[in-house]
Write a protein that binds this ligand. Structure first.
Ligand code: KIV
Length: 271
């Protein structure tokens, strides 16, 4: 079954339809209008204004220095560069510690930044925040697995959910966040079998990064796809190398995700 595009911008409902139809959701990060326009022209469904901008744009060692003003500035550019893509932005570190603060900052991202949804990192302890946002009409993507904003607690950027206890907790977190009202789930650096299991237990679209092929969609950081990163993560792929142009690389990425050729065995983690 093929899904035709909604009029205007892609909506959460359209992303749900893609899941139901078994059509992969193609996602990438972008941080400015020029690249956002190219992503949209290549056919990317969902653009994330990621707080990864702290590392790939601002040159920091982590995403922690990114603040609300930075996110709004970059969100505005991405929204201006697009007309159809679904645009979502990260809630930066410490911007969603309780429902009141989360509502205030999500409102800024939507009203000033112009995005359609917010993403936040967190486990079931964030259910109250997710519920408050959902109750006020804010679409939320819950980010589980490797959560870069917790890097100083984690100690290293590594695969999450490998042992049985951690895997069980992640599944339970996913279900609780869905019940609280999350509309999307993003799984980062999660063993492929666990990601597939979570995907089969929730009904909302699951977007993976380093989470294997059994997700409803895939996302990568733009700089990895264009071979611009100092160190390419094992789960990512430089699509510029074989295509030679930025437009060619983006088109190859979109095609590879749509045809389920990416990620393949070398880009996933086992349990
Ligand atoms: O900020 C970001 O780029 C992310 C990635 C996991 C997609 O959250």
């Amino acid at each position: 079954m093929s899904v035709s595009k909604a009029n205007g911008r892609i909506s959460i409902e359209y992303l749900r339809t893609l899941r139901q139809a078994g059509q992969p959701i193609v996602s990438l990060t972008a941080y400015d209008a020029g690249f956002a326009r190219l992503l949209e022209q290549a056919g990317v469904d969902l653009i994330l204004v990621g707080d990864s901008l702290g590392m790939v744009v601002q040159g920091h060692e982590s995403t922690i220095p990114v603040n609300m003003d930075h996110m709004i500035y970059h969100a505005q550019m991405v929204v201006r560069g697009t007309q159809q893509a679904f645009v979502m932005a990260d809630m930066p570190f410490m911007s969603y510690c309780d429902p009141k603060q989360a509502l205030h900052n999500a409102a800024r991202l939507m009203q000033e930044g112009g995005v359609q949804a917010v993403k936040l990192e967190g486990d079931a302890s964030q259910a109250e925040v997710v519920a408050a946002l959902a109750a006020h009409g804010v679409p939320v993507c819950a980010h589980l697995g490797l959560r870069p904003q917790s890097i100083h607690k984690l100690g290293a950027y590594r695969v999450q959910g490998r042992d049985a206890g951690a895997a069980e907790r992640m599944l339970s977190d996913a279900l609780q966040l869905q019940d609280a009202g999350a509309d999307l789930l993003l799984l980062e650096c999660v063993p492929a079998p666990l990601a597939g299991q979570i995907r089969s237990r929730v009904s909302i679209p699951v977007i993976g990064i380093g989470a294997g092929a059994d997700c409803d969609g895939q996302i990568l950081v733009l700089h990895d796809v264009l071979g611009m990163s100092e160190r390419l993560p094992r789960f990512a792929k430089d699509f510029l190398q074989s295509s030679g142009t930025v437009q060619g690389a983006l088109a190859s990425y979109v095609e590879a995700v749509r045809q389920r050729q990416f990620p393949d065995a070398q880009h996933l983690f086992s349990q």
